[in-house]
Design a protein around this ligand. Structure first.
Ligand code: ATP
Ligand code: MG
Length: 199
């Protein structure tokens, strides 16, 4: 089926830490060249925030971002959102981001109203997996320092991400799509993501 995509060019890919967002997007981009004629780029919201925070000498590494005072995180979040929405003027931008960030005070919303309305996403894509598999992926991945969460915490976090995704879509009229990233099936998840961009 031929799909005519709307002018909106931001696609938010979200899900809890360790679910496989970055892996699925990277696998999709490898396949995208043959299928998508428009320029397409992935941007990690945390990386843009890190650049802003480093520019202000607030942190040295990305895993320090989430322990900054919430009001500072919010200010940096806003600046990052503005930068990303500018990027999307001439290309498709896939935003790899968290909907909820664990802070010492509780969850900080990663896509508050002022960020999501500035981004004006076409779609919000929720990458999900079995909580047991997520826990295993986190424990095997020594490239990152992720917060320790027990299984019921992982489940709560993932359930609340769904809620946050629907709230964001309610604010912006975006589409919400759930993509399962099963163990050993990144390629299948990447194919499902690619379908969203097919022309
Ligand atoms: P974060 O939000 O912390 O950046 P993420 O959602 O981007 O995490 P990744 O870094 O892509 O997650 O993946 C976490 C770990 O899980 C990596 O070691 C990755 O290789 C592994 N992984 C991702 N998807 C799968 C899968 N389908 N099967 C097995 N391992 C996977
Ligand atoms: Mg990632």
């Amino acid at each position: 089926m031929t799909k005519k995509r709307e002018a909106k060019k931001v696609f938010i890919v979200t899900g809890i830490p360790g679910v496989g967002k970055t892996s699925v997007i990277e696998a999709m981009l490898k396949k995208a060249e043959k299928v998508i004629s428009e320029p397409i780029e992935m941007v990690n919201y945390g990386t843009v925030m890190l650049e802003v925070a480093k520019g202000e000498n607030l942190v040295n590494s990305r895993d320090e971002l989430r322990i900054l005072p919430p009001q500072v995180q919010r200010r940096i979040q806003r600046i990052a959102g503005e930068k990303i929405s500018k990027m999307a003027e001439d290309r498709i931008v896939i935003v790899d981001t968290h909907t909820l960030i664990i802070t010492p005070d509780g969850y900080l919303v990663g896509l508050p109203e002022w960020v999501v309305t500035a981004l004006e996403p076409h779609s919000i894509i929720l990458v999900e997996a079995d909580p047991n598999e997520i826990a295993r992926r986190r424990s095997k991945d020594d490239t990152r320092e992720r917060d320790k969460e027990f299984l019921n915490g992982i489940k709560e976090h993932q359930d609340l991400c769904r809620v946050a995704g629907i709230v964001c879509a309610t604010l912006t009229g975006s589409i919400v799509k759930v993509i399962e990233n099963r163990d050993g099936e990144v390629e299948q998840a990447a194919m499902n993501l690619l379908k969203m961009f097919e022309e």
